[in-house]
Design a protein around this ligand. Structure first.
Ligand SMILES: [Zn+2]
Length: 315
């Protein structure tokens, strides 16, 4: 079983917002998540602090290709000459040939903003990439890692389970839990961001993680959570409500701006229902911590509604 060190990437300049995890096994090392290119110096600093060198990194593991998880993968692989990149089969092709990934992100952010946020993302040689199937295991020294495919947040998402340590690295498939919001009890909520959100699959993934035998989850946003059952119950309750919003928005026939407004109100209501009694919902400065996620979740739900309609129309 591997020792875990949590590395704060200071993503977008915020503390404890996005993590990477440094795994230590014997004299060797592995990273779970890379964040962006701008996090790579922090990852190398943590590696150095552990007494290991870039040559000692055996694996770079990304839970999915969203850029706050895999955006630094090409740069990290370039400085760790012995590392193999482990990825979901549907994620690997985007890391080997990132052109589509970059183009779609540039469309969302604009070319200049994309460069400022993410820098340059290079192809990773296919020979250095290994895909991991659902339930596939990897023996690494004394550690065994098991990979669980977990759809719902993204179709190309897996979780990484260290069975002996009872640790599971959940990417974005076991919700987001910011340390700054935990002072009045557990605050965890699903990420339903574009373009793959599926409430039914997301719920199945949450239940599967809770039943995996892990005692603690390491969330990319952010850190260790040992209240797995309570988190799973909260996430599933919210995902039930997201499913209703998707269905009602679909049935309403609304489109474009009207759809966005309707869905946005639905997402706000889910946050109010789940956390309305918490001070952070009323304190503007702390509410800002979740503001970006509320936006992204609303966009993802609207996207899911349009996808459903498109699927029906072309069936
Ligand atoms: Zn994601």
């Amino acid at each position: 079983m591997a020792e875990v060190r949590t590395v704060d990437t200071h993503y977008l300049g915020y503390p404890r917002f996005a993590a990477c995890f440094l795994l230590l096994e014997g004299g060797r090392a592995a990273f779970v998540e890379t964040n962006t290119n701008f996090a790579v110096p922090k990852l190398l600093e943590a590696l150095r602090a552990s007494g290991r060198a870039p040559e000692d990194v055996d694996y770079v593991i990304v839970t999915h290709v969203h850029l706050d998880h895999a955006g630094g993968a090409s740069k990290l692989m370039a400085v760790c000459p012995n590392a193999t990149l482990l990825a979901h089969p549907r994620a690997a092709k985007h890391l080997i040939d990132p052109a589509k990934l970059v183009a779609s992100a540039e469309q969302v952010y604009g070319v200049e903003r994309f460069a400022a946020l993410y820098g340059s993302i290079e192809p990773i040689a296919a020979a250095r990439v290994r895909t991991m199937g659902d339930e596939e295991t990897l023996r690494w020294g004394e550690t065994t890692l098991r990979f669980l495919h977990t759809r719902g947040h993204a179709n190309h998402h897996f979780c990484v389970l260290d069975e002996a340590a009872r640790n599971i690295f959940t990417g974005d498939s076991f919700g987001l839990r910011y340390p700054a919001l935990q002072d009045e009890g557990l605050v965890v909520f699903p990420s339903t961001s574009p373009t793959d959100f599926d409430p039914v699959a997301a719920r199945e993934s949450v239940r599967r993680i809770a039943a995996s035998g892990a005692a603690r989850a390491y969330l990319t946003h952010y850190g260790e959570c040992d209240a797995l059952d309570a988190a799973a119950d909260s996430l599933c309750g919210q995902l039930d409500a997201y499913e209703v919003v998707v269905e009602e928005a679909d049935a309403s026939g609304r489109e474009g701006e009207e759809l966005a407004t309707f869905v946005r109100a639905g997402v706000e209501a889910i946050f109010a229902e789940a956390f309305g009694d918490r001070a952070f919902m009323r304190e503007e400065a702390r509410r800002a911590v979740v503001a970006m996620d509320v936006d992204l979740n609303a966009q993802g739900v609207a996207f899911a509604v349009e996808k459903r309609r498109h699927k029906r129309a072309t069936a």
